[in-house]
Design a protein around this ligand. Structure first.
Ligand code: DX5
Ligand code: ZN
Length: 218
């Protein structure tokens, strides 16, 4: 099994104490920050200024998940704000290759996300431009939703395509990932796991990160 990365979402953490919340999960590989604009998804969260503050105080690198229209315009600002990885939705990007190259040129990992019903095949040619693919396992917009098993074949298919490309492109899953579902995702080929309510709904979020890591590696 490849390396396993646990990237907890802080969407359901206490935003007024976000640095303290991050400190509760010291072994998290990245802090997953959900950026929503009320256009691409029907919810509104935070922007680059919050990422900038958190990047200054948190020990872990930041994985910014942009659920916004026009990521071509906004993506680079998140690198400037301190995100180490920036994920744009391919459904929203105007020029995904150009955007991925710009994110990388600025020093970040470039990542492309797919909603549950977006197929991977039309985007196979983009994969060499990327450091990670995110396969959403719920409709983006809210934490605490039920994992969609119908996404498992796409995780498998994406893994096959990534193996063909070679290199070390990570495969992330996001939405409803928990002790109940993480093994299914790992078995299908995911290696990088977002978990929001499973981590911050636990009595000990730090211990939950390690539980999830062990289960994914099993
Ligand atoms: C949903 C977000 C997720 C969310 C995951 O649109 O992209 O990152 O916080 O939350 P859980 O793990 O509760 O599904
Ligand atoms: Zn997310």
């Amino acid at each position: 099994m490849a390396d396993v990365r646990i990237t907890p979402s802080l969407l359901n953490a206490d935003f007024a104490r976000i640095a303290e919340e991050a400190a509760r999960i010291p072994s998290a590989d990245f802090l997953h920050m959900d950026v929503m604009d009320n256009h691409f998804v029907p919810n509104l969260t935070l922007g680059a200024p919050v990422i900038e503050s958190l990047a200054r105080s948190a020990a872990q690198p930041i994985d910014a998940h942009l659920m916004i229209e026009d990521p071509d315009r906004w993506g680079p600002a998140f690198v400037e704000a301190g995100a180490s990885s920036v994920t744009f939705h391919v459904e929203a990007a105007h020029a995904p290759v150009r955007l991925a190259r710009e994110l990388r040129a600025k020093g970040a990992r470039a990542s492309m996300a797919l909603k549950p019903t977006t197929p991977i095949e039309p985007y196979a040619d983009l994969l060499p431009e990327l450091d990670m693919v995110l396969v959403m396992t719920v409709e983006p917009g809210f934490g605490g939703q039920k994992f969609l098993d119908l996404c498992l074949p796409k995780i498998r298919r994406t893994r096959e395509l990534l193996d063909k490309v070679g290199g070390d492109i990570w495969l992330q899953v996001d939405g409803g990932v928990s002790v109940e579902t993480i093994e299914r995702c790992a078995e299908a080929g995911a290696d990088t796991f977002v978990a929001g309510s499973a981590v911050f709904g636990a009595d000990d979020p730090g211990a939950m990160v390690e539980t999830l890591r062990a289960q994914a590696a099993a």
